[in-house]
Design a protein around this ligand. Structure first.
Ligand code: HEM
Length: 106
């Protein structure tokens, strides 16, 4: 059922804010949770303006996790870079020592 409570907002004993917070959606649980009296239910019937056309209610869709971007699983290049980071300074050091030894002996 659809209810138009615009004229009832200020008169609602529970205040207009709670009504506003439940507009545009299924407020059945909100209404029932308060434990409204029978007279409140009768009152509510007076604000009914129609029923919901079930064909316009969007179907609940199952949540689909977004596709994860495909990361490069091949770690070979990373491994080579790590080895080079270690080997290149060693090679430079070796060349430096070599030059030093060579220049000393001559
Ligand atoms: C057309 C719809 C509604 C009508 C006619 C209505 C009517 C009433 C009435 C007559 C009362 C006084 C207590 C009683 O007699 O039960 C009341 C209290 C209250 N209503 Fe509503 N109500 C409506 C919708 C809602 C909705 C959708 C909510 C929640 C989002 C709500 C929340 C409350 C609250 C919090 C109180 C105060 C309860 C208390 O202080 O004990 N009402 N309402």
């Amino acid at each position: 059922m659809v209810y138009d409570v615009t004229k009832f907002m200020e008169d609602h004993p529970g205040g207009d804010e709670v009504l506003l917070s439940s507009t545009g959606q299924d407020a059945t649980d909100d209404f029932e949770d308060v434990g409204h009296s029978d007279s409140a239910r009768e009152m509510m019937a007076g604000y009914c303006i129609g029923d919901i056309d079930a064909s316009t209610v969007p179907k609940k869709t199952k949540y689909k996790a977004p596709q994860q971007p495909h990361y490069n699983q091949d770690k070979t290049s990373e491994f080579i870079i790590k080895i080079l980071q270690f080997l290149v300074p060693l090679a430079i050091l070796g060349v430096a020592f070599g030059i030093r030894l060579y220049t000393k002996s001559t």
